[in-house]
Design a binder for this molecule. Structure first.
Ligand code: NZQ
Ligand code: ZN
Length: 393
């Protein structure tokens, strides 16, 4: 077992109607001028934005608004937010949406706290943040886990780079999670979210090195819960209990709970997907599903004990076969699960067809973004990254 530090400072307010507490909570955390940041149309159409505004007004808190955040959020929108927030004297960032909106809000919060620097320096990893304004979230999709995570992922469209910056400074002060808010999601988004939640758990699970039994059991519990409830939501999108299970799983999958005591996680699949997102603008969770089984087949022999455990404890593969057979059955069962919820298992099903040149470009981009070889189940060199992309075509 490795030594670890667990830091989950985000206060979680979970359940029906909780968005009406937004104003009271912002006030408690010292916000007096809020930037309400949101996405395309969903929060407007559902009336959520109006409810959040009413709650702020009831608490006597003034605000400005900025919508238009797109999935794989753009640096240009971050810059627009920085300019608006500076002019308005914003001291608190409130994200109403999913991972994209929360990540964009985190980026704006960093920039406002240290206005003398260019924000992209953080994402280019040429500088570390020293300060960040407070951020909070009213979550509308269970997926990225940004509501409790230390991460923010922004896409620089001009360079085609999708890059993450991770720092505890930006962990949200509070996250309002009302599972009812996710009922309006299209099935593809719900299921992409489930794929992402599972992947956050699996990135921490498929490691070589120290492991804790409790951490493994928590991880397996998260995975089994998401598999069960993703299938329920595929048939019954308005099932509140299933929405709630998935929403809570989404936060626990990426607040580091399922990684305590392990070797720090693999995260190669995420790095590989981020390049696909930067180049082809794919939905993050679906992109992960499309690449995972190719990654798994490429690396499983280097981390066989974990793949066997996964097959038996998560995918309920019958014991009795050889370790290799069991591991492969687990991977196949996972592909069957993805298909059953309408998720892709390769890039063709995802709707992209990268050329050999694009594969090399993504592999090199992934290698650069990772700062060298990446992975724990198997340490991937740049040629391994290209090989995984080729397998996933
Ligand atoms: O823009 P609107 O109209 O709101 O539509 C959104 C968007 O099109 C829609 N949506 C969200 N809530 C809805 C809804 N539609 C109907 N009803 C609702 N209640 O869903 C679409 C996707 O939203 P988005 O915020 O992009 O989803 P997600 O939470 O999956 O976030 C994806 C982004 O997060 C990054 C991903 O790379 C991607 O850029 N990630 C962030 C992480 C983090 N900060 O910790 C970790 C992840 O690994 C991930 O990389
Ligand atoms: Zn993810």
């Amino acid at each position: 077992m490795h030594n670890f530090e667990f830091y989950a400072p985000t206060r979680v307010i979970f359940g029906k109607g909780t968005e009406m507490r937004t104003g009271e909570l912002v006030k408690e955390y010292g916000g007096s001028k809020v930037l309400i940041h949101y996405g395309g149309q969903s929060a407007v159409r559902s009336g959520l934005l109006d409810r959040v505004k009413a709650s702020l007004e009831a608490a006597g808190i003034s605000y400005v608004t900025l919508g238009g955040v797109v999935p794989n959020p753009h640096l240009s929108k971050v810059r627009e937010g920085i300019a608006l927030a500076k002019e308005a004297g914003v001291d608190f960032l409130l994200a109403v949406g999913g991972g994209s909106v929360i990540d964009s809000a985190k980026a704006i919060a960093y920039a406002l706290a240290e206005p003398e620097y260019d924000i992209w320096e953080l994402y280019a990893h040429t500088r570390k943040a020293k300060k960040c304004l407070p951020v909070a979230a009213v979550l509308t999709i269970a997926a990225a886990g940004s509501e409790m995570s230390n991460s923010s992922v922004i896409t620089n469209v001009e360079t085609g780079q999708k890059r993450a910056y991770n720092d505890n400074l930006a962990r949200p002060k509070f996250a309002i999670m009302n599972p009812e808010l996710t009922v309006t999601l299209p099935d593809y988004q719900t299921q992409s979210g489930c794929a992402d939640i599972m992947m956050h758990t699996m990135e921490r699970y498929f490691t070589n090195g120290g492991n804790m039994e409790l951490t493994d059991q928590l991880a397996e519990g998260v995975l089994r819960t998401v598999i069960k409830n993703a299938k329920i939501l595929h048939e019954q999108p308005d099932n509140y209990e299933a929405r709630a299970e998935v929403m809570w799983a989404g936060s626990l999958a990426h607040n580091d709970l399922t990684g305590c005591g392990n070797a720090g996680g693999d995260f190669a699949t995420h790095m590989l997907e981020h390049e696909m997102g930067g180049m082809f603008d794919v939905t993050h969770g679906a992109g992960l599903a499309a690449i995972w089984s190719s990654w798994a087949r490429y690396v499983y022999k280097n981390c066989l004990h974990r793949f066997v455990r996964y097959a038996l404890n998560v995918m309920q593969v019958e014991p009795g076969a050889t370790d290799e057979e069991t591991a492969l059955k687990g991977i196949e069962a996972m592909e069957d699960f993805y298909r059953s919820i309408g998720m892709p298992t390769n890039m063709k099903e995802l709707g992209i067809a990268p050329t050999e040149e694009q594969i090399l470009e993504m592999a090199e981009g992934c290698y650069r973004a990772a700062g060298g070889p990446k992975g724990s189940a198997k340490l991937l060199q740049v040629e391994d990254m290209a090989a995984v992309y080729r397998l996933a075509r």
